[in-house]
Design a protein around this ligand. Structure first.
Ligand SMILES: [Zn+2]
Length: 129
């Protein structure tokens, strides 16, 4: 097994995927559309487009670059409610095992992502302590 800089398997490391997306903040869900947003007619911004492309690749959909920002918001939200990906499941399993935690079986993409984010942050704290 080839290990990445995160100490995980390069073939499925979710952290590498987020890094490679070029939109790490958005990919971590730090720029998700707020609740109660209004439909935005303007074209997608660059960060949102990168984020949507990342999610399309995660789920094997083709990316359409000409969507309005509001259409992209809706698509992004719908992806986040999908079940977690295999890449996430592997990454979460390894990180949870390291932290001595149980791995919950059924999570949405957004839930898995948040759990991974928390585990990665704790792991960084532990390694730098
Ligand atoms: Zn990695």
């Amino acid at each position: 097994m080839e290990r990445c800089t995160h100490g995980l398997d390069t073939t499925w490391c979710y952290l590498c995927r987020v890094d490679e997306s070029g939109a790490p903040h958005a990919a971590w869900g730090l720029e998700d559309p707020p609740e109660g947003w209004e439909f935005r007619e303007e074209p997608m911004g660059e960060a949102q487009a990168k984020y949507l492309r990342f999610l399309c690749e995660e789920f094997g959909y083709s990316f359409e670059p000409d969507l309005a920002a509001g259409e992209a918001d809706v698509l992004i939200e719908s992806f986040l409610d999908e079940p977690m990906t295999e890449r996430q499941a592997h990454t979460l399993e390894l990180l949870a095992r390291e932290a001595g935690q149980d791995v919950p079986a059924a999570l949405t993409y957004a839930e898995a992502r948040q759990r991974i984010r928390v585990l990665v942050t704790r792991r960084a704290l532990r390694f730098s302590a």
